[in-house]
Write a protein that binds this ligand. Sequence first.
Ligand SMILES: CC(C)(COP(=O)(O)OP(=O)(O)OC[C@H]1O[C@@H](n2cnc3c(N)ncnc32)[C@H](O)[C@@H]1OP(=O)(O)O)[C@@H](O)C(=O)NCCC(=O)NCCS
Length: 208
Amino acid sequence: MPCASRNPLPRSSSWPVLQTFLSCQENMSAPDIDMRQECPDDISAVSRVTAAAFLAAPHTTHTEHFIIVALRKAERLSVSRVATHNEQVVGHVAASPIKISGTNRGWYGLGPVSVLPSYQRRGIGSALVMDALRVLSSIGAGGCVVLDDPAFYERFGFKANSALTLGGVPAEYFMAVAFDASMPSGKVSYHEAFRAQSRLTLERTRRE
Ligand SMILES: CC(C)(COP(=O)(O)OP(=O)(O)OC[C@H]1O[C@@H](n2cnc3c(N)ncnc32)[C@H](O)[C@@H]1OP(=O)(O)O)[C@@H](O)C(=O)NCCC(=O)NCCS
């Protein structure tokens, strides 16, 4: 199936900070990079880019590409956007629904986010994060969490919040951004696809 052409999203008026991000995006230093929705032809490239990006990453389980496949199979890959250069996938961002204290509150978890090592530090990762937040806002998400380095994610409005917790991780690495005035509280859980290790676990996730 051919890939859809670049797909601009409606701008949300519900989140003023997002508007600022979007206007900054016009000045991003990622020339010749297009951002669009993943299409079926991109699936193997997304796995390759994700595995390559995390190969030398500081915090990794090296299972991130399996997680994306498992989310897709479970129909929980709510956001799957690719960055392309000369029509080749060079970056990818995913987001999936989370539960807060066991309840679906319309919140999402950002990640994995991946940029091919040879394309890193050109603004593509930032553009992908902003693009994913824009998609989430446009589908009416209440907010988004991320588990990673605050040095990168705080610039997008993410902040650690003691009310929203994820077990077993240092609190400062688990951050949230609300798209409206309300910040929920509780224990966050990601979809079970985040336990995917390999094709075998993937098969199990699909059957459950
Ligand atoms: C994290 C990642 C997606 C960033 O992509 P990128 O295209 O290199 O990011 P950008 O060029 O937009 O970087 C913007 C800024 O973030 C900084 N930055 C990039 N990666 C960073 C990281 N892992 N930690 C802290 N800061 C980081 C850059 O130095 C740059 O800072 P500056 O604006 O002050 O110069 C990319 O490095 C990557 O794929 N890493 C491996 C996978 C990973 O760790 N993903 C994140 C967890 S899901």
